[in-house]
Write a protein that binds this ligand. Structure first.
Ligand code: BES
Ligand code: MN
Ligand code: ZN
Length: 511
């Protein structure tokens, strides 16, 4: 579905001829929870002649974060509908946190499906924080309006279409930094929405060859350089891990590389992004239980995120050289599948003893990481739906983060800034000791199949494939990449697009 159009306005929100206008609503804990219209809503509150908050309270509004209350305006202002979105307690500074606004805006714009044009009159600080808060509002609006097109054969009579046009109220609609935020938000949201589409696409429709074709098609005309290795080229090139996992499927594996080179920057920093692109993970011969297996259509969320990040990079043109490596395979059980007990020679020459074919992600990623290092890079940021252990340890919202100190801190700080939290985890020596193999250089999981430190085993394994001197981070997004509950904030059901905004923020920091 197409992304809504975005424009800035600086005329009085009470006079905007739109279908609905979104305002913020706070609660005042010191006043017994009394409601307070957020900054930006002044002229609308004035038009209601002191009755706005009492009417919203009558309708049940409490100002709780993300709460959406709709109110017919009955001619008090130009728009026929006001939508008050809860932004929590009255802020101590001049505006609520960016993430509160991102989620609130997302919830409001989603609730307004069926409206054509919507204006946002939300609080913006008048200090140096303004661009970041505006960015959050714009991202929340563009992501909250996302809906997967789906495959229904009949039109749905009661289905309301996502908002088509958004007008965002700012103090000065001609301000260059505000315009730059619009351009940026459009590029970022396009990337996140494309990733959500890819993740939500059924696994019979998006197998490795189709996934590679879709990425190549999306990169056409962007200026990105594209390289695709097919099955024969992967075999000839020594990509033992990708070949081992991919050989069990009739749909052959792919390695897609996208490269962005900044213009006019002398010896820029070099960043490699690596993503796990398992288009479906049955577990292979170590087959998974049936319950919930369908969710493994999202096992390519890492590759989708790094591919889409490159499209945003091509549009935003940072002063950093960025390459992405998307390792694509389908993990199937079959007569040609790899087995537990196999010893695989990987791209960097190391030999791995396979213990569980369901630990396929690290097999394809190890080759992609080693290839990225062989091409020459200063940083590797790898992201993958790698372990169920990540979800057990950190839940569905917070990614697991492992790697070298500088890269880990870059990702942690960026995730914190953009509302995609990632929590640093250790790479303990005893976990590495548990992965000694009797006959190969390393075993793929703990060699007693001990699940202790499950998430950490993935990080410890991948570290073996990072070249000396390269800063690296592994971001395990098994939980945060896929949202199973009801839509909430700017998250729809299904793919979330995590960690695209983190990666873009890290790249900004390095430029
Ligand atoms: N794709 C899964 C991890 C996963 C689980 C992602 C749940 C999202 C939600 C991965 O390939 C896998 O199967 N991991 C195994 C590793 C084990 C065999 C060492 C796991 O987590 O059990
Ligand atoms: Mn698996
Ligand atoms: Zn997997």
């Amino acid at each position: 579905m197409t992304q809504p159009s975005l424009s800035l306005v600086d005329t009085d929100p009470a006079e905007l001829a739109v279908d609905a206008i979104v305002i913020g609503l706070h609660s005042q804990p010191d006043e017994g929870g009394a409601l307070l219209p957020a900054a930006g809503a002044e002229s609308i509150a004035a038009a209601f002649d002191g009755r706005l908050t009492s009417t919203l309270a009558l309708l049940g509004a409490s100002g709780a974060p993300g709460e959406v209350t709709k109110l017919a305006t009955l001619g008090t202002i130009s728009a026929p509908l006001v939508v008050a979105v809860g932004l929590g307690d009255e802020p101590t500074g001049s505006a609520p946190s960016p993430e509160t606004l991102r989620r609130g805006t997302g919830a409001a714009v989603r609730a307004l499906a069926g409206s054509n044009t919507v204006a946002l009159a939300l609080p913006l600080p008048d200090d140096e924080d303004a661009p970041g808060v505006l960015r959050a509002i714009l991202e929340g609006a563009l992501l909250g309006s996302y809906r997967f097109a789906g495959y229904k054969t009949k039109p749905q009579p009661n289905r309301r279409e996502p908002v088509a046009a958004l007008q965002v109220h700012v103090p000065d609609a001609n301000d260059a930094s505000a315009a730059a935020e619009v351009t940026r938000a459009e590029a970022v949201a396009r990337a996140v929405r494309l990733t959500r589409d890819w993740v939500n696409t059924p696994p019979n429709v998006l197998r490795p060859p189709e996934f590679a074709d879709a990425v190549v098609a999306a990169a056409a005309g962007t200026g990105l350089e594209v390289e695709v290795l097919d099955f024969d080229e992967l075999k000839a090139g020594g990509y033992g891990g990708i070949v081992a996992v991919g050989q069990g499927s009739e749909a052959p594996p792919r390695l897609v590389k996208l490269t962005y080179t900044p213009e006019g920057v002398e010896s820029p920093k070099r960043v490699a992004l690596v993503g796990k692109g398992i288009t479906f993970d049955t577990g292979g011969i170590s087959i998974k239980p049936a319950a919930g297996m369908w969710e493994m259509k999202s096992d390519m969320a890492g590759a989708a995120a790094v591919g889409a990040t490159m499209l945003a990079v091509a549009a935003l043109k940072p002063r950093v050289a960025v390459s992405a490596y998307l390792a694509m395979a389908e993990n199937m059980p079959s007569g040609t599948a790899y087995r537990p007990g196999d010893v695989i020679t990987m791209f960097n020459g190391k030999r791995v003893e396979v213990y569980n074919t369901d630990a396929e992600g690290r097999m394809v990623l190890a080759d992609a990481i080693a290839r990225a290092c062989a091409d020459g890079t200063d940083y590797v940021f790898e992201t993958s739906t790698l372990t169920g252990g990540q979800v057990i340890a950190l839940g569905k919202r917070i990614a697991g983060l492992m790697g070298s100190d500088e890269a880990v801190e870059l990702v942690r700080a960026a995730g914190d800034r953009v509302g995609e939290p990632a929590w640093p985890m250790p790479l303990p020596d005893e976990v590495r000791k548990g992965m000694e193999s009797d006959i190969a250089d390393i075993s793929q999981t703990n060699s007693n199949l001990d699940r202790a430190g499950h998430m950490l085993q993935g990080g410890v394994f991948l570290r073996e494939f990072v070249a000396e001197g390269v800063e690296w981070a592994h971001i395990d997004i098994a939980g945060p990449s896929y949202h199973t509950g009801e839509p909430s904030g700017y998250w729809s059901k299904g793919g979330t697009g995590v960690p695209i905004r983190t990666l873009l923020s890290v790249i900004d920091q390095l430029g």
